[in-house]
Design a protein. Structure first.
Lengths: 189, 156
């Protein structure tokens, strides 16, 4: 029995609470992209055990993904692949209102608009799904080669990859939980 | 669940987005017709406020999320139905993040001849009949569910 474990990275050490104007979202996202991992939250013992038994650990090139791999599997040299990166969010026009909300409200609105086709120069939803399909193929090939594979990736990309894995015949949850450090295991005989 | 009160609050929330209508502001304004009051954010905020004001006790109970979801869906249904029209402006679904206006790809509402009778006929077919069908199916499902729960309780 081979397994692919989809893990969401740990919490970045970044300010998720202070309200910002919509036009500042792109700047806030840049900061989140560069942020190190918060040291307050640690991966569960269950996840650590899952990673210990893995034949291969895969990450995206984003800092929070690489540092999460270091935290959960110190000493392991992970495979870094661009195709596991989280799809970017479209940014608001500079003329957007000056209303201030928590960044979570803006990311929710931006992601909703993105799902509806408003991508404004970033990768489209359709392209992200195609990339998720390639990513699932890569993970399946790595599982054939190494046995158990762990991807320490991102919330939405993991959901898109999970759908593709299930389409390829892997069995596991339809939606991996979106919490930081949450994980879902996909199995195939 | 206080069904009658919920129905009234949901209906009020469904009508609420048109509070922007009396002020004829330019389309660039966030408060112009079919702008922020027709957005996802407004529907969510209106649902939270309406649930908190009209169902203070139930909001903390187990069915609080159900009430909130029903009211939010009712508020947002207004914008979705407006997006099915060919007349007036598009909808600023994602305001204040972006003031891009949207319509659905299918816009069956809005008589090309512009007659009131034709428009009402379209709304009857596209809005009222599906709504009545959904209400009938919902009632039937609730009735079947209650009956099977009663039978399970009796050990039948």
């Amino acid at each position: 029995m081979r397994t692919i474990t989809l893990v969401r990275h740990g919490t970045p050490d970044w300010d998720f609470r202070t309200p910002i104007p919509g036009a500042a979202l792109a700047h806030w996202l840049e900061g989140e992209r560069a942020a190190a991992l918060a040291t307050t939250q640690r991966p569960s013992a269950e996840l650590s055990a899952q990673v210990r038994h893995a034949g291969c650990v895969v990450v995206s090139p984003l800092r929070r993904s690489i540092e999460s791999a270091r935290a959960v599997a110190p000493g392991v040299d992970p495979i870094v692949d661009e195709c596991f990166t989280e799809p970017a969010l479209p940014s608001a026009p500079a003329s957007a209102s000056r209303l201030r909300f928590r960044p979570g409200v803006w990311t929710w609105l931006a992601r909703s608009a993105w799902f509806c086709g408003w991508s404004r120069g970033v990768e489209t939803f359709r392209a992200a799904r195609a990339r998720a399909s390639r990513a699932a193929g890569t993970l399946a090939a790595l599982a054939t080669e190494h046995g158990d594979v762990v991807l320490i990736g991102h919330g939405l990309m993991n959901i898109l990859i999970a759908a593709e894995l299930r389409r390829l015949g892997w069995r596991g949850p339809r939606f991996p939980r979106p919490r930081h450090w949450a994980f879902a295991v996909y199995r195939r005989a | 669940m206080p069904a009658r009160r919920l129905g009234l609050v949901a209906a009020a929330c469904a009508a609420l987005p048109d509070i922007d209508w009396p002020w004829d502001l330019p389309t660039t304004s966030l408060f112009s017709h079919r702008a922020i009051t027709h957005s996802l954010l407004f529907a969510a905020l209106a649902a939270v406020v309406a649930t908190w004001l009209c169902f203070p006790r139930e909001a903390r109970a187990v069915n609080g999320k159900t009430i909130l979801s029903v009211v939010a869906l009712a508020a947002f249904s207004h914008s979705c139905l407006d997006a099915l029209t060919t007349y007036s402006y598009g909808i600023e679904f994602f305001a204040p993040f972006t003031q891009q206006r949207f319509r659905f790809a299918w816009t069956p509402l809005g008589s090309p001849a512009g007659t009131l009778g034709g428009q009402l006929r379209q709304e009857l077919i596209v809005v009222l009949l599906p709504a009545l069908l959904a209400a009938w199916l919902g009632k039937r499902f609730a009735h079947d569910h209650a009956r099977s729960s009663r039978h399970a309780g009796l050990g039948l």
